[in-house]
Design a binder for this molecule. Structure first.
Ligand SMILES: [Mg+2]
Length: 221
């Protein structure tokens, strides 16, 4: 029985959230939809271009294990003759790039068109990461049309802070799973996957609390 479903939202752009009983159910529904959408775009419409992927909680989980459903999208893009680009907020250092390349190859991700890592000099605020990711996508777009963009965080997909057209996304939680064609994008579909970042931060905080290791806020001496 199919228990997941799309729920449309009143927005001035195309936007549907996915409802299902569990995170996995919503995630699988979203990724299956994108597989079919890519086949349609390339097979029937003759689309050519690139699919952009985030890494953490998108291509791999926080243990470095592959997220198979997203890897299927990566492999299908390759089979369909689409380029694959990777945009991560992991900081750009020689060691970190080498480690990231090795861990991607370990899970079977290879032959990407480009791998963007965030300059170390940039802040790790949502706005800064969002700007960096947007600039990376703009740069990719100078070479290839972006067909789809996949990530687990809103800033993987839309420019933060949200402007009036996308402000309705503020009502969505981080663990929402959505399909959208955001305004001011390159015309691509954007797939928002379930984010485990908040859940992980909560677990880390609880385990630190139990050990009495919670960091004091900055400026609290
Ligand atoms: Mg991520």
């Amino acid at each position: 029985m199919l228990t997941s479903r799309f729920e449309p939202h009143d927005a001035d752009f195309c936007f549907a959230s996915i409802h299902g009983l569990t995170d996995n159910e919503r995630h699988n529904f979203a990724t299956r939809w994108l597989l079919e959408w890519l086949k349609f775009q390339v097979g029937y419409l003759g689309a050519r271009g690139v699919v952009v992927f985030d890494i953490d909680d998108t291509l791999m989980d926080n243990e470095g294990a592959p997220i198979d459903s997203v890897l299927r999208i990566y492999d299908l893009a390759k089979t369909l003759g689409l380029h694959r680009a990777i945009v991560t907020a992991r900081p750009e250092t020689i060691d970190n790039r080498q480690y990231t390349v090795e861990s991607l190859k370990e899970i079977g991700v290879n032959h990407w068109e480009s791998l963007y890592m965030m300059p170390e000099s940039r802040d790790i605020t949502t706005e800064s990461v969002s700007s960096y990711k947007r600039e990376a996508r703009d740069d990719i777009e100078t070479r290839h049309r972006i067909i789809a963009n996949i990530g687990d965080m809103w800033h993987d997909l839309v420019q933060m802070p949200l402007h009036h057209s996308t402000r309705c996304l503020e009502q969505m939680s981080d663990d929402a799973c959505c399909i959208l064609f955001p305004p001011m994008s390159h015309g691509e579909v954007a797939l928002k996957l379930v984010s485990r970042a908040r859940e992980r931060a909560h677990i880390k905080m609880m385990s630190q609390k139990s050990k009495g290791e919670v960091n004091k806020p900055h400026g609290d001496k």
